[in-house]
Design a binder for this molecule. Sequence first.
Ligand SMILES: [Zn+2]
Ligand SMILES: [Zn+2]
Length: 92
Amino acid sequence: MLIICADCACSDGALHEPFCTQEICPFCGTPLVSCDCMSKVLALSPEEQHAVDAYIDDEMEPLKSINERWAAALDKKGRVPFIAQEHRAEAL
Ligand SMILES: [Zn+2]
Ligand SMILES: [Zn+2]
């Protein structure tokens, strides 16, 4: 049986699509969407943090460049691929 990511539909062992809700943060090991590593890793200024909290439009600055910096930081650290085996273990 082929197991794919429930959100971005990537296959077992492949990297998720950027900002997939199932992606695990390589910095803390919890889901990337709910962890707060971005603020710490990028050392966001209060203004930038405010923009992230409000999250109005990521096609506009400063969110656009914050997201680019975060994506670069994740790539540098090494993004976590989708491992179907681990998801099965968690579901038990
Ligand atoms: Zn995914
Ligand atoms: Zn994290």
